[in-house]
Design a protein around this ligand. Structure first.
Ligand code: FPP
Length: 251
């Protein structure tokens, strides 16, 4: 797991720009399993191994935040058994994988509507967040039962209520204020928006993932299916990011 550590300094030197916040749509687990004549959930299990490797790789590169799309508000429409299996993943993840992440100073956070998660899933998440809350390294931010439009809708409701409560006037609403009502407000201020969004498996859509925060993100699409994605693949994405010229609307 740590074979890359000794090379870490050299790698960072070669890559002039390390994205502070990388967000990943971990797609292709089902197809990966199908190719192996296995049930879809087999792919989700392999996806956890990929996530662990990529998280350690991101941490070694000096990435500050890694947000991963683990379950969207739309994923509830999947077969009941598959949903139940995905909901159990955090329990396994936090038992089997979190200890190593904790040793690597990784902090775990979650965005998404937590109230609708089954109690054991929520408990596992809370345990992991509590265990790692003082860690100062990479933030591994799970988007679980997350939907971007729902996030913005919720923000608008809260802002409307605050206007009704005379906390501020409609004219005081700025982009910065709105961003404070989004779920990503819990991330360090400078790293709330992803610099780089990766989607695996050949699909080229955002699928309701961080639509507000993605306004100036660079996109990286790869045909690699998520379980085959690893820290080397992450490095290739960061190398590509280094070749991009981000202008943020300027010249
Ligand atoms: C998309 O692939 C993947 C998911 C909906 C689940 C992702 C979850 C993991 C990688 C595990 C994450 C770990 C935790 C702790 C939650 P797909 O099923 O849509 O694949 P397909 O497009 O090939 O069908």
């Amino acid at each position: 797991m740590f074979t890359f550590k000794s090379k870490r300094k050299k790698e960072v030197k070669k890559l002039a720009k390390i994205p502070s916040h990388i967000a990943i749509i971990m797609d292709g687990n089902g197809r990966w399993a199908k190719k192996r004549m296995k049930p879809r959930v087999f792919g989700h299990k392999a996806g956890m191994d990929a996530l662990q490797d990529v998280t350690i790789g991101a941490s070694d590169l000096g990435v500050k935040v890694l947000t991963v799309y683990a379950f969207s508000t739309e994923n509830w429409t999947r077969p009941k058994d598959e949903v139940a299996f995905i909901m159990r993943l955090p329990v396994e993840f936090f038992e089997k994988y979190v200890p190593e992440l904790h040793k690597n100073n990784v902090r775990i956070t979650v965005i998404g509507e937590r109230e609708k998660l089954p109690a054991p899933t929520l408990e596992a998440l809370e345990r992991a967040m509590d265990l790692t809350k003082h860690n100062s390294g990479l933030i591994l931010n799970f988007a679980l039962n997350y939907g971007g439009r729902a996030e913005i809708t919720q923000a608008v409701k809260l802002i409307a209520q605050d206007v009704l409560d005379a906390r501020f006037n409609p004219g005081d609403i700025t982009e910065d204020l709105l961003a404070n009502y989004l779920m990503t407000h819990q991330l360090p201020y400078l790293y709330r928006d992803p610099d780089l969004i990766i989607r695996t498996s050949g699909e080229k859509r955002l699928s309701n993932f961080l639509p507000w925060q993605a306004a100036y993100s660079e996109f990286y699409f790869t045909d690699t299916l998520w379980p085959d994605f690893d820290r080397e693949a992450l490095r290739l994405a960061v190398e590509e990011f280094n070749r991009r010229n981000r202008r943020f609307g300027g010249v």
